[in-house]
Design a binder for this molecule. Structure first.
Ligand SMILES: [Zn+2]
Length: 341
């Protein structure tokens, strides 16, 4: 029902790395925050792959959904609707050695000689279950069993259940055993509680209510315009700004020509600066002077717009329409090597 997309925050970090002046880009706190987001996303993708090989056909799967339960929002890594029950998968990308203490409700991780403590993931998943129950009741759905599983994304992670609590073996699992646990839970719920029509209706509501989180990263890290590049960078050599000639962009440094290099810059503007862009903002952003050129460029991107003439604002595409492949400058890529294992 919903394929996993890069969350806004991940796209926003990538936009920032593209727009940062080189000397600001090597900011360790920003790079490590990005790596953390990216590692979470990669872990979830690993679980998505395992789930995609599950033979059961009547699963309605939502990969990443964030719902309001006022005054809170709750986020579910993977939500699965079936006729008999609803599954919540809480995905963890932890590596190294995990120790779960069911008496203290504590998870500790030892990796490369360092010990970290985490929130109890079983309680986290249970909290999402409570939120989801309340959300369902608000939408007139009662008495659907909900089961939670904490899924450890990487097979090389060692899980130690220190009190050998039998319940924990059923609650914290490896991706590799996901199919068995889905089967086990399916078998414990004998009767159908939702019809296919009810599941379809519920799916529609879930998609309507889904509100992906979006951070204002410039405010968060106190980044001002001086730290960001101006104009359209060359996709070949990263020189900025490219010069606008009739209908195309030209690089003064390497002579490369591009017809659409502005598109990425405008999409990055939406990610970093908000949902809309005016003709004037577009000219400032792309370093062009002609309102006519800006008009042609914005119209050429098939963006929705509101208001007329001078007040016209062009509106950001929805999350699903942003390119999922990231083109990061080479200097940044070299600092972002992800060790999965
Ligand atoms: Zn160039």
């Amino acid at each position: 029902m919903k394929y996993r997309l890069k969350i806004y925050d991940l796209l926003i970090y990538e936009a920032l790395f593209r727009r940062f002046h080189e000397r600001y880009a090597r900011n360790n706190s920003i790079i490590s925050a990005y790596r953390k987001e990216k590692a979470g996303f990669d872990g979830e993708r690993n679980v998505d792959y395992k789930l995609s090989t599950y033979p059961q056909k009547d699963f309605f799967i939502f990969q990443g959904i964030r719902l309001p339960n006022p005054p809170f929002y709750f986020q579910i890594d993977t939500l699965i609707l079936t006729k008999k029950l609803i599954y919540i998968l809480e995905v963890k990308n932890y590596k190294g050695n995990l120790k779960y203490d069911s008496k203290q409700n504590q998870m500790t991780q030892e990796v490369k000689g360092e010990v970290n403590a985490f929130k109890d993931p079983i309680l986290q998943a249970e909290a999402q279950k409570t939120h989801l129950q309340q959300w369902l009741e608000k939408h007139g759905i009662y008495n659907v069993p909900i089961e939670t599983l904490v899924v450890i994304a990487y097979p090389s992670t060692i899980i130690e259940n220190i009190h050998q609590d039998p319940e924990v073996y059923h609650k914290i699992i490896h991706t590799e055993s996901l199919h068995q646990h889905l089967n086990r839970l399916h078998e414990t719920h004998a009767k159908d509680v939702l019809t296919t029509a009810a599941i379809r209706k519920l799916s529609k509501t879930l998609l309507q209510e889904d509100q992906p989180l979006r951070t204002n990263i410039l405010d968060y890290y106190n980044i001002d315009d001086q730290q960001l590049i101006k104009g359209v960078p060359c996709e070949q050599c990263n020189y900025s700004p490219m010069t606008r000639l009739a209908g195309k962009w030209s690089c003064q440094k390497c002579n490369a020509i591009s017809y659409n290099a502005h598109e990425r810059v405008i999409l990055d503007h939406f990610l970093l600066h908000g949902d809309t862009i005016t003709n004037k903002q577009c000219r400032d952003l792309l370093r062009i002077s002609s309102p006519r050129t800006a008009y042609l460029i914005l119209n050429g991107m098939n963006l929705e717009h509101s208001g007329g003439n001078k007040g016209r604002k062009y509106i950001s595409p929805v999350l699903g329409n942003f390119p999922q492949v990231s083109y990061l400058p080479k200097e940044i890529m070299s600092t972002l090597i992800f060790d999965k294992l």
